[in-house]
Design a protein around this ligand. Structure first.
Ligand SMILES: NC(=O)c1ccc[n+]([C@@H]2O[C@H](COP(=O)([O-])OP(=O)(O)OC[C@H]3O[C@@H](n4cnc5c(N)ncnc54)[C@H](OP(=O)(O)O)[C@@H]3O)[C@@H](O)[C@H]2O)c1
Length: 224
């Protein structure tokens, strides 16, 4: 069976994705910052749980060296928002910088560290869990910190889709929907189950033509 590596799998969309891929018999490498407290994740049968803070560059390299098997799908899911959002006049620059580390630099680092694992796999897919809030085409204002980190992640997607095309590695961005998680809140439009299942279908149908594109969780294209 294929192997998926998921970051930020302790809760929310990452946790539900781990659950659904494991249920389908995939080998699931689920990463989270604190396995000790990730009781829901550890309760899923057949998932191997690994401690990983994606902003720790050395730890990402060390983890990659410890993984011997090919990785068919790398799901760069770990992410944060700025709470409360700041803007003109009250920006928290340290928090904005930290947000770039998690939402933009870390997915790039994960791809860098796992590119050989992807090359050796059958499917060779990277999905960067972005947000429609990172769409420049769709933005009128507000949430500059979060939006800018996801817009920059989208550029990482586009650049690496080009850089890795020769190796057959498919890289795309995906908006998971507005999802009822700690980040999305209780009023959000869809459940983690719907989001994870939708993105899984997108992965299943992703061929070379998906690379360098930006999808909604249901497979529709989103304007950059
Ligand atoms: N929910 C939505 O409506 C929505 C909409 C658009 C995009 N997204 C994106 O979807 C992804 C998942 O979001 P979610 O809704 O599931 O959010 P969530 O419930 O807040 O979960 C976020 C996950 O990311 C992990 N994480 C945060 N910083 C990390 C780090 N430095 N290293 C490793 N893991 C880290 C968290 O781990 P801890 O438990 O250790 O904190 C947690 O597992 C994010 O990239 C988010 O931007 C969500």
């Amino acid at each position: 069976m294929p192997t998926i590596l998921i970051t930020g799998a302790s809760r929310g969309i990452g946790l539900e994705s781990a659950r659904q891929y494991a249920a389908d018999g995939w080998t699931v490498l689920a990463c989270c910052r604190t396995p000790d407290t990730a009781s829901e994740l550890k309760a899923i049968g057949g998932v191997s749980v690994h401690a990983l803070d994606v902003t720790d560059i050395a730890a990402v390299d060390g983890f990659a060296r410890s993984v011997n098997q090919p990785i068919d799908v790398l799901m760069n899911n770990a992410g944060q928002n700025m709470r409360p959002p700041r803007g003109l006049g009250d920006m928290d620059y340290a928090a904005w910088s930290d947000l770039f580390a998690v939402n933009t630099l870390a997915p790039f680092k994960m791809i860098e560290a796992f590119q050989d694992h992807l090359r050796r796999s059958d499917r060779k897919i990277v999905l960067n869990v972005s947000s429609v809030m990172g769409s420049i085409a769709d933005t009128s204002g507000g949430h500059v910190a979060y939006r800018s980190t996801k817009a920059a992640l989208n550029m990482v997607t586009k650049v690496l889709a080009g850089d890795l095309a020769g190796d057959g590695i498919i890289v795309f961005s995906i908006h998971p929907g507005w999802v009822r998680t700690d980040m999305g809140g209780p009023s959000a439009a869809i459940s983690p189950e719907q989001s994870a299942a939708g993105m899984k279908k997108v992965v299943e149908s992703a061929g070379a033509g998906a690379s360098g594109r930006f999808f909604d969780w249901d497979g529709h294209t989103i304007a950059w």
